[in-house]
Design a protein around this ligand. Structure first.
Ligand SMILES: CC(=O)N[C@H]1[C@@H](OP(=O)(O)OP(=O)(O)OC[C@H]2O[C@@H](n3ccc(=O)[nH]c3=O)[C@H](O)[C@@H]2O)O[C@H](CO)[C@@H](O)[C@@H]1O[C@H](C)C(=O)N[C@@H](C)C(=O)N[C@H](CCC(=O)O)C(=O)O
Ligand SMILES: Nc1ncnc2c1ncn2[C@@H]1O[C@H](COP(=O)(O)OP(=O)(O)OP(=O)(O)O)[C@@H](O)[C@H]1O
Length: 507
């Protein structure tokens, strides 16, 4: 693509001569620059991309964009340099231009919130697919372009802006009509989804998370609200825009004020446009009535268990209502929904107790999952859980311990991912402080087993007929970081192997 085209609507003056330069791709890491690429220098949290411009030039970049004034840049020969006010914003814009502004050819649904984004995105997609539409998904689990699955790598949810636009372009090429994007607070605040031209913006809930990065609740919530500010932008698409908001979340009013488009609410406590009533759990199903705008009601029987999934279902059903999806198709979907890996995923391997693997790693998520497990247990509830070290928010640790202590009969605190910056025992001790503060006692109500495999083994060995074992924190993830080294990991397979081992020992 010519530089002039790449910079369309970017408010950058390009000379005739520079405008005809061929740009072969976009790089924001000097190490991945290929000849003819444009290099966008990003000021990072750890280093500053502007300090690597000469490396990018050595690797063959032809044009550089950055925030520093040209006079302060190191000499890098004849390569053109353009100064912009915000490099990350520009990166997103030129990525969209490079890939032909794919979001303008799609109906784009953005889902943000602390918990339930992946689950809700998948429900929306499942419901739309059931009704015959082609969808594309960008979530923590993977990228799914009309059933073609792309692995986005370890610990990534919202990919970088260039990848986001490239995936959207692949969706357009595959004939996808709806793109459903999980928009994290990191992704939003780093402008990774800035040019996704959202048509529907949705929030699940906002609780304590990522204060390591956003510092406090207000800044975290502010980052989430960027989705609604993006929604307010004029996109030129022929589509009525909507915001879908959780009426039971304490931040409901805050988000309602941010969204200047038509908004719909959902909930089970406060009055809402999509309101669930008569919620009961019967034989591994949740039954509930969805009261819709205009007085219409839908009776749902859902295989997706838990009150949290009732919330997710309401939000997803709101989308289908706005798209006029037939009621029967909605009912049919919930009878046989997509079961996501690591989201209250049951492991059935002939054992006389029930075992579930779940991705809960916030207080709210853990509370919801333990409420559900307590509802279905016939004996004790044994919980294996922990929290990541490294970038993960440290202030969550005692709170998670408290929830575990108050809602399980035995809590086994173990490692999730941990890094050289902090020993795993320190993380576990801080979680244990929360257990103790809630009345727990080591070796009686909770134990500490740093090795995750041993912790799972202990839970399986200890469980008796009628018990429920919940193994929380890793879910679908396919690697486990031990002291900064990533090892392949499959929570379901590890658990099954322990079940087999102890079944043999019992014979
Ligand atoms: C904390 C965080 O979000 N970090 C993101 C941020 O990195 P950073 O600011 O630390 O970057 P940096 O290392 O200081 O480098 C600055 C710039 O110099 C460049 N560089 C660096 C070295 C070099 O030799 N040459 C060079 O050009 C880097 O490529 C970068 O562009 O900007 C980078 C470039 O856009 C992102 O890749 C990086 O995401 C990293 C991979 C990350 O782990 N992010 C996680 C925390 C994240 O975003 N997670 C959320 C999900 C959270 C959840 O669990 O809910 C997600 O959406 O994935
Ligand atoms: N609406 C909800 N409210 C509270 N907890 C939820 C909700 N939906 C799911 N959960 C819990 O959160 C866990 C993660 O769910 P999900 O992957 O859908 O959330 P997420 O927001 O995408 O998480 P992440 O940001 O870590 O990718 C689930 O395994 C479940 O324990």
């Amino acid at each position: 693509m010519k530089l002039k085209q790449l910079f369309s609507d970017c408010d950058i003056k390009v000379s005739e001569e520079a405008g005809i330069l061929d740009i072969t791709g976009i790089a924001f890491d000097s190490r991945s620059v290929k000849p003819g690429n444009i290099f966008v220098a990003l000021a990072g949290n750890i280093v500053d991309g502007h300090d690597f411009i000469s490396d990018a030039v050595k690797n063959g970049t032809s044009v550089v964009v950055g925030e520093r004034p040209a006079v302060s840049m190191p000499a890098f020969g004849a390569t053109a340099y353009y100064q912009v006010p915000n490099s990350r914003q520009l990166l997103s814009k030129i990525a969209a231009n490079f890939y032909g502004n794919p979001a303008k050819k799609l109906t784009v649904i953005g889902v943000t919130g602390t918990d339930g984004k992946t689950s809700t995105c998948n429900m929306i997609s499942g419901l739309l697919r059931k009704a015959g539409f082609k969808t594309g998904l960008l979530t923590t689990i993977n990228v799914d372009i009309d059933h073609t699955v792309v692995d986005t790598g370890v610990h990534v949810t919202t990919p970088d802006a260039v990848s986001v636009q490239s995936y959207l372009a692949q969706m357009v090429a595959a004939g996808v009509q709806y793109a459903i994007i999980e928009a994290t607070s990191h992704g939003l605040s780093q402008y990774r989804v800035n040019d996704c031209e959202f048509d529907i913006g949705m929030i699940t809930n906002v609780t304590h998370e990522h204060f390591d990065y956003h510092k406090d609740f207000n800044s975290y919530r502010e980052a989430k609200s960027l989705l609604f500010r993006l929604l307010n932008r004029e996109s030129g698409k022929d589509f009525q825009k909507y915001a879908i908001l959780n009426a039971d979340d304490p931040s409901y009013d805050f988000f309602k004020d941010q969204a200047c488009v038509v908004s719909y609410s959902y909930g089970i406590k406060n009055s809402a446009d999509f309101f669930a009533s008569n919620i009961v759990c019967v034989d591994d199903h949740y039954l509930f009535t969805v009261n819709m705008p205009g007085g219409k009601k839908i009776e749902i029987k859902s295989k997706l268990m838990g009150i949290h999934n009732v919330y997710n279902a309401l939000a997803a059903i709101a989308v289908t209502y706005l798209q006029n999806i037939p009621t029967q198709s909605i009912k049919d979907y919930f009878l046989n929904p997509d079961i996501l890996p690591g989201r209250f995923e049951e492991i059935v391997s002939g054992q006389p107790f029930r075992v579930f693997v779940d991705y809960a790693h916030t207080e709210n998520a853990l509370q919801n999952v333990l409420d559900l497990a307590n509802q279905i247990k016939k004996g004790r509830l044994i919980l294996v859980f922990g929290l990541s070290g490294g970038l993960r928010d440290k202030s969550k640790r005692p709170g998670l311990g408290r929830i575990a202590e108050l809602n399980s009969d035995l809590a086994i605190i173990t490692a999730v991912d941990w890094y050289p910056s902090e020993p795993v025992t320190e993380i576990i001790d801080q979680i244990a402080e929360g257990c103790i503060a809630a009345g727990g006692e080591e070796k009686r109500t909770f134990v500490k087993i740093p090795d995750r495999e041993q912790a799972i083994a202990y839970a399986i060995q200890t469980a008796k007929s009628g018990d429920v074992v919940v193994i929380a924190g890793k879910g679908h993830e396919t690697s486990l970081s031990i002291n900064g080294v990533e090892y392949p990991w499959n929570e379901v397979e590890v658990t099954k192997s322990k079940i087999r081992k102890f079944a043999q020992n019992d014979q």
